[in-house]
Design a protein around this ligand. Structure first.
Ligand code: FAD
Ligand code: NAP
Length: 342
């Protein structure tokens, strides 16, 4: 039986990358699945609602979290299985995502390099099926272990059960807040598997010879591109993209294109395209906008910034204003990407 290390009245101001002022009435750092189950038992007995926190890079926190915040810090990276071409690698939910990426680079495993430098933890990565530079988590995902918040039973989810889609999974949808992920297993390649169709990455890699290409080199290119374009939350509080890229039918896109020359879209399937939300925001005049300490980053309109360290309530009111404006100008509803607990 583990002992729960419970604290009260803990500031979460630096535990979320948007720098929203927030306080947990009850807080515990969780280092193992046993501790997790004890904490869930305690929360049930004390009638406290549980909020699960990883790196705080995709979350909108309220001023006060009145229940129990479980900060997931389950560590460890383990090689589960290996054959000639692949490895199965399991990482604890509290492992920092980029540290897992670096572990894979050091071992020359292919698969995570395009996802370099994404903030947050391994346990949160399946929640929104993290993606960047032409790769989504689901492409390297094997299975995950989770604890059912109600029954405290261990449950394994395979890829199908996670219902991954664009920046989404069952854990953001029908199963939202029902499970705490304790570890994730990835299937990675020992043989070269270069994914370079994303234009800005392809351009960077074209300058190199085939012989030079390795997971580490791809990762370095991705890191350089990211550092140049995206704001470091330590300097400019943000959650990355605040809105998803809307997916609309080709017919809708054609109609929109007639009125909006230059509308940026990307193919999804035979019937749908993805509209660059950053283009919509830019055209509507929001790129670089700043008012009352909240705005959008000058280099990337999708990144909502909070230099004024305003509350989630103020941020959500601002987001609503922007959504209404974009809907009025283009007839498109923007969908928010971060998970809100306000
Ligand atoms: P948190 O913000 O702590 O939590 C997010 C949600 O997951 C919450 O609902 C929380 O309750 C839940 N959760 C967290 N851990 C667990 C767990 N163990 N079990 C169950 N539920 C859990 N995202 C991308 O997809 N691609 C990008 O390229 C990208 N770039 C970014 C760049 C910047 C600068 C920033 C600030 C964010 C970016 N993001 C990106 C968003 C974010 O980094 C990811 O969504 C990340 O996976 C969130 O991890 P986290 O640990 O910070 O989650
Ligand atoms: P970018 O390269 O300027 O591209 C803008 C948008 O256009 C991206 O959202 C991307 O969609 C889409 N796009 C561009 N080229 C594409 C292609 N060839 N095929 C399909 N879609 C294409 O974007 P950025 O802001 O600098 O980000 C670079 C990458 O990092 C993107 O993959 C982005 O998703 C990811 N990122 C995500 C977050 C987040 O919080 N979710 C934050 C920062 C960066 P996709 O988003 O579908 O890739």
């Amino acid at each position: 039986m583990s002992k729960l290390d419970l604290s009260t009245q803990i500031s979460l101001d630096t535990a979320n990358t948007l720098a929203v002022p927030s306080r947990a009435e009850n807080y515990a750092k969780i280092k193992s699945t046993d501790e997790l189950k004890d904490a869930l038992n305690f929360a049930e007995q004390a009638k406290l609602k549980v909020l699960v926190l990883g790196g705080g890079s995709n979350i909108l926190l309220p001023d006060v979290v009145s229940g129990l915040v479980l900060h997931i810090d389950i560590q460890g990276i383990e090689l589960l299985n290996e054959d000639q071409d692949h490895v199965l690698l399991t990482a604890g939910a509290g492992v920092v995502w980029h540290e897992l990426v670096e572990y894979c680079l050091a071992h020359q495993y292919w698969g995570l390099e395009n996802l370099s430098l994404i903030p947050g933890t391994v346990g949160a990565a399946p929640i929104q099926n993290i993606g960047a530079y032409g790769v989504e988590l689901q492409e390297v995902f094997y299975e995950l272990n989770a604890v059912d918040k109600k029954s405290r039973q261990d449950v394994t989810f395979d890829k199908k059960a996670c219902e991954f889609s664009y920046r989404h999974s069952a854990f953001k949808g029908s199963l939202k807040d029902q499970f705490v992920i304790s570890s994730v297993t990835f299937k990675l390649s020992k043989t070269p598997n270069l994914i370079q169709h994303y234009p800005v990455l392809r351009k960077a890699l074209e300058k190199l010879s085939d012989k030079e290409i390795s997971p580490s080199i791809v990762s370095r290119c991705v890191c350089d591109i990211r550092r140049e374009k995206l704001p470091d939350p330590k300097d400019v509080p943000n959650l990355g993209s605040f809105f998803k890229n809307p997916i609309i039918t080709k017919e809708q896109a054609q109609n929109l294109q007639q009125e909006n020359k230059g509308l940026v879209t990307f193919p999804v399937d035979d019937y749908h395209v993805k509209v660059a939300a950053a283009w919509l925001l830019d055209q509507a005049g929001w790129k670089g906008f700043l008012e009352n300490g909240i705005g959008f980053y000058s280099e990337q309109a999708l990144v909502l910034i909070n230099p004024g360290k305003r509350s989630s309530k103020e941020i959500l009111a601002f987001a609503e204003r922007v959504e209404k404006d974009v809907a009025a100008k283009f007839g498109i509803s923007l969908e928010r990407e971060p998970v809100s607990y306000c």
